[in-house]
Design a protein around this ligand. Sequence first.
Ligand SMILES: *[C@@H]1O[C@H](CO)[C@@H](O)[C@H](O)[C@H]1NC(C)=O
Ligand SMILES: *[C@@H]1O[C@H](CO)[C@@H](O)[C@H](O)[C@H]1NC(C)=O
Ligand SMILES: *[C@@H]1O[C@H](CO)[C@@H](O)[C@H](O)[C@H]1NC(C)=O
Ligand SMILES: *[C@@H]1O[C@H](CO)[C@@H](O)[C@H](O)[C@H]1NC(C)=O
Ligand SMILES: *[C@@H]1O[C@H](CO)[C@@H](O)[C@H](O)[C@H]1NC(C)=O
Ligand SMILES: *[C@@H]1O[C@H](CO)[C@@H](O)[C@H](O)[C@H]1NC(C)=O
Ligand SMILES: *[C@@H]1O[C@H](CO)[C@@H](O)[C@H](O)[C@H]1NC(C)=O
Length: 403
Amino acid sequence: MNMSCSLAFLALLLCLSFVAAECIFPVIFNFGDSNSDTGGHAASYGDQLGYPVGRLLSNQPTGRLSDGRLVLDFLCENLNTSYLTPYLLSLEPNFTNGANFAISGAAALPKTTLFNLAIQVQQFKLFRNRSIEFQSNGFKNLLGEEDFKRALYTIDIGQNDLWIAQSYPEVIQKIPSVISEIREALRAIYYLAGGKNFWVHNTGPLGCLPASLANRKTNATTDYDENGCLTRLNEGAKEFNAKLKALCQELRREMKNSTIVYVDIYSIKYDLIANAASYGFQNPLMACYGCGGPPYNSDPECRGGNSVCEVGSSYISWDGVHYTEAANAVVASKILSTNYSVPPLKIDFFLNNIIAGTSNGAQGPVQAPTGMPGCPYWRILAHLGHVMISTCDDSDQSNRSCE
Ligand SMILES: *[C@@H]1O[C@H](CO)[C@@H](O)[C@H](O)[C@H]1NC(C)=O
Ligand SMILES: *[C@@H]1O[C@H](CO)[C@@H](O)[C@H](O)[C@H]1NC(C)=O
Ligand SMILES: *[C@@H]1O[C@H](CO)[C@@H](O)[C@H](O)[C@H]1NC(C)=O
Ligand SMILES: *[C@@H]1O[C@H](CO)[C@@H](O)[C@H](O)[C@H]1NC(C)=O
Ligand SMILES: *[C@@H]1O[C@H](CO)[C@@H](O)[C@H](O)[C@H]1NC(C)=O
Ligand SMILES: *[C@@H]1O[C@H](CO)[C@@H](O)[C@H](O)[C@H]1NC(C)=O
Ligand SMILES: *[C@@H]1O[C@H](CO)[C@@H](O)[C@H](O)[C@H]1NC(C)=O
């Protein structure tokens, strides 16, 4: 092979590789409370949250209110991506695959309180502006405008709004304004950032949390349902969920080309509690980590004197409010089954959408090419033709542009 020929051959190879593919990562932005806080509260308040919190994960505090992984962690694992980095993490953050704005204790209302939903969305807007600006200035591992459009936006909020309300009438009265905050959050992501992919969790059965039960002990058997949960609190949660579901429907019509998956966490968690034994759990209404002993081990009066159970995996509740890793794993697998989703789309539907180069929810999933290690997802760039290769020799017949 002479010089001009091998150069042309190299050029052809270059051409082909330009045609081939672009490596892309899934991008997820999450908003919410402790149910999906992967260290945001710890980063912003400087909490330690040492042993036994996070005892299944590492010897380092993980900032998660559980003994191990959260539902969101399992969803990330399913998408083969790293756990989400809290937006406020100051040391060595990695935002290649998105960011987590969720902070324990967050609610939708009041909207100006740190770090409630409206503040999280405000942080997101700033993050987006800065990320696009820095990326265009050549900084690596930051996200560009297209990444914000293709990203999956997950949201799990409302539990604290219901929790704070004192009575059932107050809960019912509060719901429309909480829903309104969630509406504004989703609209801001769509209209300002071009986000089209949404994954909305409804709220769980508040009346089955050991902390709720221990806080609101009553002697009236009519206050409890057949599984020992507080009826009124659960009715409040169900009412909230009905309105949230209606909001998703409303926004699907308004926000053209968006895909909004509504996931019924309530049914998943209630089923888990009602049929605890069949999932291998022994004490559905008792916390592993708490105090006061049976029946709830969540006595609000003896905080500080907590003891921890030996086998967390036989408990659903970790600390009276948050679930154990074992319970979160079951919840996540149910979420991933699509049985509780409207519409019943798999979470990787959104990744397939990316590969197809469209966020149009009406399009069917497109299969990712296989056998390309080292990168989770590839976008095929089919129309980069007519690249001029100046190294080619005039006399060579193969100096054609790439088609
Ligand atoms: C994640 O990786 C596993 C194992 O390589 C693979 O079977 C699965 O399809 C991947 N999931 C996604 C969403 O790409
Ligand atoms: C950052 O996250 C990306 C995506 O999850 C991962 O591939 C990469 O290895 C991470 N970088 C570092 C330095 O950990
Ligand atoms: C983001 O950038 C837009 C356009 O420059 C600007 O109007 C907006 O105020 C910025 N938002 C934040 C939170 O920085
Ligand atoms: C329930 O009844 C017991 C025994 O009669 C009484 O000591 C307790 O204070 C009652 N609790 C409430 C919340 O009414
Ligand atoms: C919706 O998607 C279609 C097809 O990709 C596109 O032509 C249209 O402009 C989009 N509409 C909006 C409002 O984004
Ligand atoms: C989902 O529903 C199908 C059909 O009803 C059922 O076979 C399957 O076990 C369900 N999966 C989960 C995780 O509930
Ligand atoms: C090769 O390239 C030269 C100039 O770049 C051009 O004049 C010539 O027509 C090309 N040959 C073919 C076969 O395309």
